[in-house]
Design a protein around this ligand. Structure first.
Ligand code: SAH
Length: 349
């Protein structure tokens, strides 16, 4: 069966040509799909014969709400979706003054192994499809009734570890016949797969690249982020410099503040030296404590911020939206998995 919602316009046109249908039909179907219909039956301007022909060959993906949590503090909504194969993924809808932002997942789990992150605890189960990524935006929009203007690829998974899918997803959401979300309204966050950053630069997209740096020196970074053993800080910064040179887009560096690990003045100075010259912006993230991890939130966020600012670096401290609803990466999925295991155990005994 064809996963038709993962198709870009080129594939869609080819399919309709092969079916012997006029090319405008491809656009019609594309538009229906991107409005979130879940069956060909709903495509009321297609003939019954064509709808049946499509239904015989194609499936239309969809997501089921497994859990939904709404923050009483700031209205942030966290969705835990159930995929048809039983796996779960998370999406977060955040409301900002400048519009609604949706934070989406790109993999079921993650294989990057960062020491502070809940998403990677059970490893990677599988990559998502372009349709499953798109569905997170579509179904969040449909369920919440809110128009979404910004997308951040900062949920579960490593986007550059699912590169081709993510590129297709970007094409889909960017399409004028679909959600038509501009590249400048999209951010992609990576743990630092330098070779893939090089590849991304060649796509010349106007999206915002966020790099999860979390430490300016190899010794610390390798301890908390295994990816650093494959691409060390020097290699990563080279990729970032080249990315900036090629795209002209400023890079945002994510830095989760961990007590006694990466929050010293010396590390702030090193960080300042590193990011100078690439119009970078540093985003300090107060660490969200993950139960399974011994790492604690830093108490030096303010001092660290000041020290960077004194050296001319633009710094923001991430606001904690949805702190009452397990809104950070992988926490809700983790909780649901643990609960499922618990009830499984009870059933066994
Ligand atoms: N794999 C991508 C995107 C997913 S995570 C990446 O690594 O960038 C989005 C951001 O949240 C990353 O910067 C990640 O390092 C950070 N993060 C993960 N767990 C965290 C935690 N417990 N506290 C604070 N930030 C965390």
């Amino acid at each position: 069966m064809i996963d038709i919602k993962s198709y870009g316009m080129a594939d869609m046109s080819a399919l309709f040509k092969q079916l012997g249908e006029p090319s405008f039909r491809a656009k019609q179907v594309f538009r229906w799909l991107h409005r979130g219909v879940t069956s060909f039956e709903q495509m009321s301007d297609l003939s019954k014969a064509l709808r049946e022909k499509l239904a015989a060959q194609c499936t239309i993906s969809s997501l089921q709400v497994e859990r939904k949590q709404v923050s009483a503090i700031d209205g942030t909504i966290k969705y835990l979706w159930r995929l048809p194969d039983g796996n779960c993924i998370e999406t977060v809808l955040m409301r900002y003054k400048h519009g609604n932002t949706v934070c989406i997942s790109c993999q079921v789990g993650c294989r990057m192994g960062c020491a502070f992150c809940a998403s990677t605890l059970g490893g990677k189960i599988r990559d998502l499809t372009p349709a499953e990524m798109l569905d997170q935006v579509l179904f969040t929009q449909l369920d919440s009734g809110e128009q979404i203007s910004n997308i951040v690829l900062m949920g579960i998974g490593e986007p550059l570890d699912n590169f081709d899918t993510v590129m297709r997803f970007l094409e889909l959401v960017n399409s004028p016949d679909g959600l038509n979300i501009g590249m400048r309204h999209i951010s992609l966050s990576t743990c630092g797969l330098a070779e893939k950053i090089d590849l991304l630069a060649q796509q010349h997209l106007q999206l915002t690249l966020s790099v999860s740096l979390h430490a300016p020196d190899d010794e610390t970074r390798s301890k908390i982020m295994p990816v650093n053993r494959a691409f060390n800080v020097g290699r990563l910064m080279k990729a970032c410099h080249d990315y900036f040179k090629v795209t002209g887009r400023r890079i945002s560096f994510e830095y989760a503040m961990i007590d006694g690990v990466n929050d010293s003045d010396a590390q702030a100075d090193m960080l300042a030296r590193m990011v100078k010259g690439i119009a970078a912006h540093v985003n300090l993230i107060p660490l969200n404590h993950v139960e399974e991890s011994p790492l604690k939130p830093s108490r030096r966020v303010k001092q660290f911020q000041q020290r960077l600012e004194e050296q001319g670096i633009t710094v923001t401290v991430r606001r904690r939206l949805g702190s009452d609803i397990d809104a950070s990466c992988g926490q809700l999925r983790r909780k649901a998995m643990n609960e499922q295991q618990e009830s499984g155990k009870e059933a066994d005994t």
